[in-house]
Write a protein that binds this ligand. Structure first.
Ligand SMILES: Cc1ncc(COP(=O)(O)O)c(C=O)c1O
Length: 358
């Protein structure tokens, strides 16, 4: 661990130490090329091995079938809020509004056509995910949009909704955290800066029949077909983040792939939720059936105590435990690279704080 601290940032967030060390070792001379990955042409043979290797690993680890394209884009997950409707919307689409990012996506999509709200938990401060029976789905929607993990509120979908429409999922904050049945989705996208890579890379996984003619005004760069045709090389892709993602995927495979990762993530999140449920001092914010295993939100119920907690946590060597400005309280983002020991140390700190202030 050296002089590194436990960083519970919601994103960009911790990367595995093994990955950082390997990147450091390869920094100035990648694999005998005499140059850094940052300095090489994206069309060189040596870089081609990196990008094709990264895609092959992602396909293997996530079980992505051949009838899906994998795209490595820029613009962040937020650009997908526009690209999805520009490319997939023909008549109408359903959106489930479960948090700030789903709401942003819904607001963006409304600029392009007939967008319905199929469900929302806004009146309950986004503390839970609507159940299947609470969803009002259109018969003929072009797609159903959802955000699988709500980073700010600490909630996650515990089921895949039954629908005839292709499901579009923003998986920015829980991609690669557990196995996923890709065939249940029409399109998956994720900003890479939580579980995959540094910021600057957005991964899109799209079923081939959904790659069609976009709205006529769509800029070339915002058409999926451009990037499918160009194999993510229509323009310069985010070369270094793709390389780091490849190293992250190799690390993930070494610890047992998504099954192995899920076990560790369940263990880490259970440590925190079990402690929160046993305490009368702290309260977990998300409803029990909607809890995220990536972002754990909690509070004491007293804003001054919350502020004291955050201040003392920094002095104790933890970082980024302050909740999002929209929610207040605390949030521990325990993405894949946050080690079990980091969560153990956090629970110990929480218990000490409770003892001193409870
Ligand atoms: C679930 C989710 N969607 C979208 C975004 C926006 O991502 P980006 O900053 O890459 O546009 C975030 C950022 O934290 C997020 O957590």
């Amino acid at each position: 661990m050296g002089n590194r601290i436990y960083n519970f940032s919601a994103g960009p967030s911790m990367l595995p130490l093994e990955v950082l060390n390997r990147a450091a070792a390869e920094m100035t001379n990648y694999n005998g090329s005499g140059m850094s990955v940052m300095e090489m042409s994206h069309r060189s043979k040596v870089y081609d091995e990196i990008i094709t290797g990264a895609e092959a690993l992602l396909r293997r680890i996530m079980g992505i079938p051949d009838n899906y394209h994998v795209l490595f884009l820029q613009g962040g997950a937020s650009t997908q809020f526009a690209m999805v409707p520009m490319n997939l919307l023909k008549t109408k689409a359903d959106y489930v509004v479960t948090g700030s990012f789903a709401k942003k996506a819904w607001e963006e999509a409304k600029r392009y056509g007939d967008i319905r709200v199929a469900g929302s938990s806004q009146e309950e401060h986004f503390s839970r995910i609507p159940t299947q029976s609470e969803l009002t789905l259109s018969d003929d929607a072009d797609y159903l949009y959802l955000c699988s993990n709500n980073t700010i509120y600490g909630t996650a979908w515990g089921y895949i909704p039954e629908t005839n429409a292709p499901i579009v999922a923003d998986m920015s904050s829980n991609i690669l955290s557990a196995p996923v049945d890709v065939t249940k989705y029409g399109l998956i996208f994720a900003g890479a800066q939580k579980n995959m890579a540094p910021a600057g890379l957005t991964v899109v996984i799209i079923r081939e029949d959904l790659v069609s003619e976009p709205m006529s005004f769509t800029p070339t760069m915002l058409a999926y077909k451009t990037h499918v045709k160009g194999k993510s090389m229509y323009n310069t892709p985010p070369t270094y983040p793709i390389y780091i993602m490849k190293l992250v995927l190799e690390w993930l495979e070494s610890i047992g792939g998504l099954e192995g990762m899920e076990k560790i993530n369940l263990k880490k999140s259970a440590m925190l939720y079990d402690y929160l449920d046993s305490s009368s001092f702290y309260k977990a914010v998300a409803a029990k059936d909607s809890r995220s295993i990536m972002n754990v939100t909690f509070r004491t119920g007293d804003e001054e105590l919350d502020a004291k907690f955050v201040k003392e946590s920094v002095a104790a060597g933890f970082s980024n435990l302050k909740g999002h400005r929209e929610t207040g309280g605390m949030r521990a983002s325990i993405y894949n690279a946050v080690p079990v020991e980091g969560v153990e140390a956090l629970v110990e700190f929480m218990a000490k704080f409770e003892k001193e202030n409870g």
